[in-house]
Design a protein around this ligand. Structure first.
Ligand code: DLL
Length: 434
C-alpha cells in the first residue's frame, strides 16, 4: 500500500501539474513586479514585463537572482510583503555580509511544513511514528522545517535540536523513536556512538532517517543504513526557497521529487545561463510559485544536478533531481585538476574507512598541497609502521585512480577528527585565506 501526504497533487497527471504551474507563475510574476522594487528594476532592465509571462515556458525570459543580489538587497530589498504580514525569519550561517535572511508569512510556513510532511510520509511516516528531530533549531531551517512537517503528519515529535549525543541516544531509546531527522554526518556519528555504547542496530526502534543539508554519497547511505538498521532518505532544500522539503526521496531512493506545485526547477549552463534540455547536468535554478514573504524568481542555487521525468515506481509524478553532484563553488581545483569532495568520500568508504575525514588544501612554494586525514578503524591498526605505511600507499593509489592526482594520506587514530552535529566541515582550503 502506497502512502502520500497529499495524493491528489503528488500523483496528479503531468498536464494537471503544468496547468497549476502556468496559473501560478502568471500571478506570481505580477505579484513580484508589483511588490519587489529590486526585481522590478531587473525586469525593466531586461525589457520584460509581467504580460510577457503567460506560462512556465516564458520563465526563461526572466532575469536570474544570485547570492550577490541577496547580499545587495540585504535585509529588506527582496521582501514581497509588508513586514507586519511576516511571522518569522530564518537565516544561513556565515559572516554578516554573506548572511541570507528569508522572511515567511504564515501561508509560507504552512506551505513549507506541508512539503516536509510529504517527505516524512514518503519515508514511511504516519501518526503512529515518533519523529526525533535533531537538525539545529533556531535560525537554521532544518529543525523548524522537519518539526513543522512532523506535526502536520501527526507524529509524536521529539524537538531535540542538534548536539548532546548522550541525550539524543537516551531519548531515542526511551521514547522509541522510529524516524530520525538530522544531517547525514550526524547520523553517522549517532550510529558510531550507539555501537560504542554496546548497542547493535536491532536494539533501536528506528525504521527510517531523513537526512540532508549537506552532500553525502551512496556509500555513506549504505554505512548509515547498516549502523542504524534503517532506510536512509535524502531531503533537499535551501533557506532562500524556504528550507528542507523543496525535494524529497521516496521508497525508490533514486533521486528526490521536487515539490513542483510550489517550486519550478530549471537546469542551466552555469557559464552561459542557457536553459539545458532534460537529462543534462547543470546548475539548478528555482522559481517559487506561491511564496509571499521572500518570493524569489529564477534563483541560482549553485548546486549542480540532473533532472529526470522518468516514471517513478512510487506513483509520484513530480520531476526528480539527482543528489547535488557538487556545487559550482564546491569544486576544488588542485594542481589544475577538478576535485569534488564527494569523490574522496566514495573512495574512502569503498576502501573500508569510516566517514571521518578532512581534506586540507594549501599552497606552498607556488604548488598546491593536498592532504587527506582519515581515521583508521581499530581492526586496521597495526603497531608495525610499515603496515600503516602500506595502507597509506594503497589509499593514495585508489585516490589517484579516481581523481587523477594523489593526495598525501594521513591515517590518524580513531576519534581524532572532530565529529559534526550539524553540517560537517570536510574541506579546509587554506589557499582562500591568502
Ligand atoms: O541546508 C536546508 C536543509 C535543512 C535541507 C535540512 C535539508 C535538510 P541552507 O543552510 O540554506 O539550507 O543550505 C542550502 O545546502 O544549496 C545545498 O548546497 C546543500 N544541501 C541541502 N540539502 C542537500 C542534500 C539547508 N540533500 C545548501 N544533499 C544547498 C546535498 C544539500 N546538499
Amino acid at each position: 500500500m502506497k502512502h502520500y501526504y497529499q495524493p491528489e497533487i503528488e500523483t496528479a497527471p503531468r498536464e494537471e501539474i503544468l496547468k497549476i504551474q502556468n496559473e501560478k507563475i502568471v500571478k506570481q510574476v505580477r505579484y513580484v513586479y508589483d511588490h519587489v522594487a529590486y526585481y522590478r528594476n531587473l525586469m525593466d532592465k531586461k525589457g520584460v514585463t509581467p504580460e510577457d509571462i503567460r506560462s512556465v515556458d516564458d520563465i526563461k525570459k526572466l532575469p536570474f537572482l544570485t547570492k550577490d543580489d541577496l547580499r545587495e538587497a540585504y535585509p529588506y530589498g527582496l521582501l514581497g510583503t509588508d513586514l507586519k504580514n511576516c511571522v518569522r525569519i530564518h537565516s544561513t550561517s556565515g559572516t554578516t555580509g554573506k548572511r541570507v535572511v528569508a522572511f515567511y508569512t504564515q501561508k509560507d510556513i504552512d506551505m513549507w511544513e506541508e512539503c516536509c510532511a510529504r517527505a516524512i510520509v514518503a519515508a514511511g511516516g504516519s501518526d503512529e511514528d515518533v519523529c526525533q528531530v535533531c537538525y539545529g533549531y533556531g535560525l537554521f531551517t532544518g529543525g523548524s522545517g522537519l518539526h513543522g512537517g512532523s506535526h502536520k503528519v501527526g507524529c509524536l515529535t521529539l524537538p531535540m535540536s542538534s548536539g548532546n549525543t548522550d541525550r539524543q541516544i537516551q531519548f531515542m531509546m526511551d521514547m522509541q523513536a522510529t524516524i530520525l531527522c538530522c544531517t547525514p554526518s550526524y547520523a553517522a556519528y549517532i550510529g558510531e556512538s550507539l555501537a560504542e555504547r554496546g548497542y547493535s542496530p536491532e536494539d533501536n526502534k528506528l525504521k527510517a532517517g531523513i537526512f540532508g543539508a549537506e552532500p553525502w554519497t551512496e556509500e555513506m547511505r549504505a554505512e548509515i543504513e547498516k549502523s542504524l538498521g534503517i532506510k536512509a532518505y535524502d531531503i533537499y532544500g535551501l533557506t532562500e526557497t524556504s528550507g528542507p522539503g523543496v525535494a524529497f526521496e521516496c521508497e525508490e531512493q533514486t533521486g528526490m521529487h521536487i515539490n513542483e506545485d510550489h517550486f519550478y526547477a530549471e537546469i542551466i549552463d552555469p557559464d552561459t545561463g542557457e536553459v539545458l534540455p532534460e537529462g543534462e547536468k547543470g546548475e539548478l535554478v528555482f522559481t517559487s510559485l506561491d511564496k509571499e514573504g521572500f518570493p524569489l524568481l529564477r534563483y541560482r542555487t549553485k548546486d549542480i544536478c540532473i533532472l529526470s521525468r522518468e516514471k517513478c515506481s512510487c506513483g509520484r509524478t513530480f520531476v526528480k533531481m539527482t543528489k547535488p553532484l557538487g556545487r559550482s563553488d564546491d569544486m576544488m581545483i588542485i594542481r589544475g585538476v577538478n576535485v569534488f569532495p564527494s569523490q574522496i568520500e566514495t573512495v574512502l568508504l569503498k576502501e573500508g574507512y569510516t566517514p571521518n575525514y578532512q581534506i586540507v588544501v594549501d599552497r606552498k612554494n607556488n604548488t598546491d598541497t593536498f592532504d587527506i586525514y582519515v581515521e583508521f578503524s581499530k581492526d586496521m591498526f597495526s603497531d608495525k609502521v610499515s603496515d600503516m605505511q602500506k595502507r597509506e600507499q594503497a589509499l593514495k593509489a585508489a585516490m589517484r585512480s579516481m581523481l587523477g592526482i594523489g593526495p598525501k594520506i594521513h591515517l590518524v587514530a580513531p576519534k581524532t577528527i572532530q565529529r559534526s552535529e550539524g553540517k560537517a566541515v570536510r574541506v579546509i582550503d587554506k589557499r582562500k585565506l591568502h
